[in-house]
Design a protein around this ligand. Structure first.
Ligand SMILES: [Zn+2]
Length: 246
C-alpha cells in the first residue's frame, strides 16, 4: 500500500529556503503527464502560495510545521459517540486554506495527504474498525468529482491499515447546505439527513466503526450519522475529523 513519509531535507538548516520537501500523499493521477506538467508549471503551496514546491510535494514544510494540532485527546463530548477527535484547529495556521482547497478547488490529493499526516500523529481506532466517510449527496459528488471525506479517510486508512466503506450511509438531498444555516436550523436539518444503504448490515454489523469527516462544527452531522448507524449495534462508534471549527 502506498504511503508517504514526511521527509526533511538533508541541507544545512542555515541554507534552507522556506520550503523543505514534504512528500506528496496522493494516490491519484501522478503519471508521466502529471510529472511533465510539474516541470513546466511548478506548483505553489496551496496554503501560503510559496513557489515552486519541489516535485511531488503537496504543501510546503513551513505550512506543515505550522499545522495547529489540537493537544486535547478528543473534540467536544457527544453522548452518541464513544470517542471524538478533531485533529486541527480550523481557525489557526494553514488549516482553513488547506481545507478550502481540498473541498472546493478540486484538490483531492490534499485530503489524502492530510489523512496520512493525521494518522501519523494520532493512534488508530480499535482493531478491526471500519472507517466510514460521511457521505455527500450524489449531485454534489458529481459536481465536485469526489467526496473529500472519503479521500481523507483513505489517507488515514493507508497508515492505520484498516478498511474504508464508502457506501454504508446515504445522504438525503437537502435543499440548503448545512453550512448556510444557523446552529438551530442545522441541528434540525441534520437529524434526518442519513439512512443506511442497502447491504450495510451485511458489511458492518457487529464491527467497530469510525465516522470520518473533514470539518467538525456543531457535531450535528456526526450525530445524525450515529443515529442511522445505531441499528448496526457497533461495539465501538467513534468520530475523527480533520479540523474543529466550533
Ligand atoms: Zn506553504
Amino acid at each position: 500500500m502506498y504511503r508517504i513519509s514526511f521527509t526533511r531535507s538533508q541541507q544545512n538548516p542555515d541554507q534552507m529556503s522556506a520550503v523543505r520537501p514534504v512528500a506528496r500523499g496522493s494516490d491519484w493521477g501522478h503519471g508521466a503527464l502529471q510529472s511533465a506538467l510539474d516541470v513546466l508549471l511548478p506548483a505553489s503551496c496551496p496554503a501560503c502560495g510559496h513557489r515552486p514546491l519541489p516535485v511531488g510535494n503537496v504543501w510546503c514544510t513551513r505550512c506543515d510545521d505550522g499545522l495547529p494540532w489540537r493537544p486535547q485527546a478528543a473534540g467536544p463530548p457527544s453522548v452518541l459517540l464513544d470517542s471524538l477527535r478533531a485533529a486541527l484547529d480550523f481557525r489557526a495556521g494553514p488549516t482553513r486554506t488547506l481545507l478550502h482547497h481540498l473541498k472546493y478547488r478540486n484538490r483531492p490529493e490534499l485530503a489524502y495527504a492530510l489523512g496520512q499526516r493525521c494518522a501519523e500523529r494520532f493512534p488508530g481506532p480499535p482493531e478491526g474498525s471500519i472507517l466510514l466517510p460521511v457521505p455527500i449527496t450524489n449531485p454534489k459528488k458529481r459536481q465536485r468529482g469526489y467526496n473529500q471525506a472519503e479521500r481523507f479517510a483513505a489517507g488515514l486508512a493507508s497508515v492505520w491499515e484498516c478498511p474504508v466503506e464508502e457506501h454504508v450511509l446515504v445522504r438525503r438531498i437537502q435543499h440548503q447546505s448545512l453550512t448556510e444555516l444557523d446552529r438551530a436550523a442545522r441541528l434540525r436539518e441534520a437529524r434526518n439527513a442519513f439512512v443506511l444503504a442497502d447491504g450495510a448490515r451485511n458489511r458492518c454489523s457487529g464491527r467497530s466503526l469510525v465516522l470520518v469527516d473533514d470539518t467538525l462544527t456543531t457535531g450535528a452531522t456526526l450525530g445524525a450519522c450515529a443515529v442511522a448507524l445505531a441499528a448496526l449495534r457497533p461495539p465501538f462508534l467513534g468520530g475523527f475529523c480533520a479540523a474543529w471549527a466550533p
